[in-house]
Write a protein that binds this ligand. Sequence first.
Ligand SMILES: *Cc1c(COP(=O)(O)O)cnc(C)c1O
Length: 433
Amino acid sequence: MANDEKNKKYSKETQMIYGLAHSTKWDYDHHVVPPITASATYRLDSAERGAQGFIEFANTSNETKRKQPILIYDRLGEPNKDILEENLAFAESGECAVTYSCGMAAISAVFGILTKSGDDIIAHRTMYGCTYSLLTNWYPRYNISVQLLNLHDLDMLVNAITEKTRVIYFETPVNPTLTLLDIEGIAEIVRKINGMRPEDEQISIVVDNTFATPYCQRPLELGADIVVHSLTKGIGGFGTDMGGVVIGPERYRDLLLLYRKDFGGVLSPKAAWPVLVYGLPTLSLRVQRQIETSMRIAEHLERHPKVRSVSYPGLPSFPQYELAKKQMRNYDGEFAPGTLMYFTLKSDSPQESRDKGEALINYCADNAYTITLAVSLGHTRTLIEHPGSMTHSSIPADEQVKRGMDPGGVRLSIGIEHPDDIIRDLDEALSQI
Ligand SMILES: *Cc1c(COP(=O)(O)O)cnc(C)c1O
């Protein structure tokens, strides 16, 4: 069946299990599951064919897309990640995808292809700790300026954009506070400004969609230009391998491939394979279950006398509930508020808040069967962590508070366990603090 026909007939969820009916990346028509590949280099048959392979690499045309690639060397391309890329682009409604060794490699590739010395990056002020470190410790050394703003304030954004601005970067939901940024609102502003600029001065909106996963939110459908993911998280889902991906318009494919060829950061086929075979095909199933459980746990925590606040986009009390309902939608158009929450405990001072958060986490680490103290997220297992001292420790403590984080804030990433068991373990831990 031709791919277009199939796209119309079957749901996205089903197609994420089967992938493209006809991948030109590799002939696995007779394998039900694509074989894991393990060849660093490829036999080229003749000097002419080798030369042709180098001509075709990162030189995408309609013709090269239709035929099997001439495989040369793993760092340039190989079947497992090439097939995975087709399926990831499909899951995010993007034209093309290029994978990397981890989320940070994908994020640095995006900045790498979109900026050069003298340019300016605008990013939301709260984000994953390593992205913050990348932007604040490294880009200034390359004479790329970085403005960290509160992107909830769209007027401030308009005022901050200069003729040097090339990228607007943010996560939504924001890690770890779970506040949302309005993708369509930001896209509308940028579209207007881009309309008055020449091609080489256009601003790209890049969204890190790791928290939501494409099951809950597809930023490209809402006006973003590029999406990045840590495949290590929800898409990989089982927590066995690291990976990253950039998804966006076809015109960036060759640059992204060249960047990967020259800077490295290649996704290993042995890491691409589990995402292709286990992660992506079960994404919908896992996230549906995780959303149901998250909703129950968020409601439970909100009612708990020791809890001060719960930030979960699915709660009617969530300050941006309307925005959540607008932009967090699954493939069937249903509200899909994600699988993460952030909560704080009642306390009389920031120090007490921090002590209580730590006590809760330590109790879970020692006693809870269904709640594991670990960073990362989107796992089959429920994970708990303290962003202030762990994932976001590269942001100074006083800066954390300015960015909306609470010194005692606890981040919970819901797994696929029975919800009653997670609630029982949480209640027991809360009763001890
Ligand atoms: C984990 C994470 C990253 C980095 O991904 P790695 O695969 O660990 O390199 C980037 N952004 C967000 C939101 C993340 O949670």
